[in-house]
Design a protein around this ligand. Structure first.
Ligand code: GCV
Length: 656
């Protein structure tokens, strides 16, 4: 080999090492740390903290110290005589302190004179995976389940990523739980995962099927007040704790969307939840009982959870937490908060956010969700809740989330569960610095893209309070006309938009479904009056006449047209901002994000044209002159369906 060839080979090797170390395929998430020392993994949670610091920390020596008196999982970090001392009451606190230090290093913050005190706002900061035993993920847009064949390397990274943002629990399987989730074989698998996540301070939980005593146990009933049934659950729970001594508990979807529940046996949600809670109590386990319920015959789906759960307020055992979606319908781009949060006074509650973007462009659209979650917290006091759950957007894709920017939502969920007072901007800045350090001084345009992205999505999908006008089943793209024979009304968009010659929107006022009454008086009055109702929720609470005068002076119809068009322009602007980032971003991630942003810009056009042309068949009003006019044809768009299941991300959106 000539000298020149040797030099080239060395260079190629160095570059390959460099690019994999920097993980520019997104596999390292926001943990793109330089290894300074290769150390053997030390066991236990404290061991993980030590390993992480020895491997990646480049500053003064760090001392880890346990000390009573600090809050569980909390920590202090102090500079002391040339050393840094992390103090915590438990090992998890030490680990969180270690990640805090590494975050400071990676974001370029000063690491001398440290005097930090942190404690988590919520004890329980938990991901909900909607993963099925066959490896599909319901509403999963990033490939198959990471738990199907959990490799140690992948589990290690999953554990690190979660612990680095303070997430300390994970529900391994779909709330639409298959009974076999409790089979001995599945429990053995759960044990193996629990063993791999324990060193990261993460406890494992399972979703259960309420009819398991029948389907797994062979009993004739699953009545929660039946002794045999209780006995079966006791035995099953003992079996679980033998395998997983720190098992967290159960998540339950009962009497919802066809899932079995206590009502099948003439019992209440409280009867069902309390029975499981009693069985779990000796092991310190909990029950997260979901309030996501609605009935086909209900005149307003948004009313249902309140109607079923309010009469039970105060009747739940103390190790039950009612898990409520942030909005009363279903993770829409914008919903008011679920009124149960302010109505229930005697029951522990937790919020369920959806990190996976079922209704926000799946893994094709850049939509940073922290602003949506902060909006929720501007109505529901964080202190009124016990915990925070997030439906995970994680799969076996190399970059974990399908879209590089979707990683920011996983990150933001963890950071907000730790501290709901953090601002969306603080979190986005942190994430951008960690994830795209090559952008150097933080790029304010990219930051704005993230911060504006949720509102832009609302504008091009369903502005002014419109909701649930998605394509049937997989929910990707617009299908406001979707109304096949035989499908339940509340699974079709016309149930929600109610477009007619008068106007658009669901009348939830006192004269309508009465949903406004479920809110505190002041909000009830505000929402009930079309002239005071916030315009971003107008068609949520009102059937708005097409000529209703908006604050801008425009008619409702004209405003609607402009909102859709603004959304399209914003999506195009996001692409233009990204295009200008090319010199600063590694080529793989640049190309992949650009590809997605192009889809997003085209999808935004698809949404605008489909919705405006369809609603125009009711409004009979012209598209305003001073905006871009639809470039598609309604009939063509009505024929267009993306042939995917609810377990996939479409490769493209509208491509005609
Ligand atoms: C897990 C919506 C989703 C379903 C999901 C359900 C739930 O209806 O479309 O896929 O099922 O919510 O949260 O239980």
């Amino acid at each position: 080999m000539t000298m020149k060839r040797i030099l080239i080979s060395v260079l190629v090797l160095l570059m390959a090492g460099w690019s994999s170390a920097y993980g520019e395929d997104g596999s390292c998430l926001w943990l793109r740390l330089d290894t300074v020392n290769t150390t053997a993994m030390i066991t236990g949670v404290k061991g993980t903290a030590m390993t992480e610091l020895q491997t990646y920390w480049q500053g003064d020596p760090v001392v880890l110290k346990r000390q009573k008196g600090l809050a569980k999982d909390g920590y202090t970090i102090k500079s002391l005589n040339g050393k840094i001392v992390i103090t915590a009451a438990n090992d998890a606190g030490l680990l969180y302190g270690a990640y805090h230090l590494l975050r400071l290093q990676e974001t370029g913050e000063p690491c001398d004179m440290l005097d930090i005190k942190e404690e988590p706002f919520y004890d329980l900061r938990i991901l909900n995976h909607w993963d099925n035993p066959n490896g599909t993920v319901e509403r999963g847009f990033a490939g198959k389940s990471i738990f199907l064949n959990p490799t140690p390397e992948r589990m290690r990274m999953y554990g690190r990523a979660n612990a680095s943002v303070g997430i300390n629990g994970t529900v391994l399987n779909n709330v639409n739980a298959k009974p076999e989730a409790l089979s001995t074989e599945s429990l053995q698998k759960a044990k193996e995962i629990a063993d791999q996540l324990r060193p990261y301070g993460i406890r494992v939980y399972l979703s259960i099927n309420f009819a398991s005593p029948i389907k797994v146990g062979g009993l004739t009933t699953a009545d929660p007040l039946n002794d045999e049934v209780v006995g079966w659950w006791k035995e099953k729970v003992n079996e679980i704790y033998k395998l997983i001594p720190d098992f967290g508990g159960f998540l339950v979807k009962a009497n919802s969307e066809g899932e079995p529940g206590p009502q099948d046996f003439g019992r209440t949600h409280a009867d069902g939840a309390n029975m499981l809670a009693d069985v779990l109590r000796p092991h310190k386990g909990i029950v997260m009982w979901r309030a996501f319920v609605y009935a086909p015959q209900s005149p307003d789906r948004a009313n249902q959870a309140y109607l079923e759960f309010m009469p039970l307020d105060g009747q739940f055992a103390d190790n039950v937490i009612i898990q409520i979606k942030n909005g009363p319908v279903d993770f829409q781009p914008r919903e008011p908060y679920s009124p149960l949060f302010t109505a229930m006074q005697k029951t522990p509650m937790m919020v369920e956010f959806q990190i996976t973007q079922e209704y926000l462009g799946a893994a094709n659209h850049l939509v940073y969700l922290a602003p949506m979650w902060k909006e929720f917290f501007s109505f529901v006091k964080p202190a009124s809740l016990r915990a925070m759950a997030g439906v995970a957007n994680i799969g076996d894709d190399t970059n974990w989330c399908g879209h590089h920017f979707a990683q920011a939502n996983w990150y933001a969920f963890g950071r907000l569960a730790w501290n709901p007072e953090l601002t969306s901007k603080e979190i986005a800045e942190e994430w951008l610095k960690l994830t795209f350090s090559t952008l150097d001084t933080l790029n304010s345009q990219l930051l704005s893209v993230m911060l504006d992205s949720r509102e832009a999505c609302v504008s091009y999908m369903m502005p002014l309070g419109i909701h649930h006008i998605f394509a049937g089943s997989h929910h990707y793209g617009p299908e406001p006309w979707y109304n096949p024979r035989g499908v339940r009304a509340d699974w079709t968009p016309p149930y929600y938009h109610r477009a007619d010659s008068v106007g658009l929107g669901f009348d939830r006022t006192m004269q309508g479904s009465g949903n406004v009454r479920q809110y505190p008086d002041e909000l009830c009055r505000l929402y009930n009056d079309i002239n005071t109702c916030p315009e971003n929720l107008l068609a949520w609470f009102h059937h708005v006449p097409w000529d209703h005068r908006m604050k801008s002076g425009r008619t409702f119809w004209d405003e609607l047209c402009h909102k859709y068009d603004d959304g399209v322009h914003e999506a195009r602007h996001f692409l233009a901002v990204w295009d200008a980032m090319q010199p600063y971003v590694d080529s793989q991630r640049f190309d992949e994000v650009q590809h997605k942003l192009r889809i997003q810009a085209r999808d935004a056009e698809w949404w605008r044209d489909a919705c405006l042309l369809y609603f125009q068949t009711f409004s009979h009003r012209p598209i305003p002159q001073d905006m871009e006019h639809p470039v598609h044809n309604l009939n063509e768009m009505m024929q267009f369906r993306i042939p995917i299941t609810m377990y996939e991300n479409p490769e493209y959106g509208y491509n005609k």
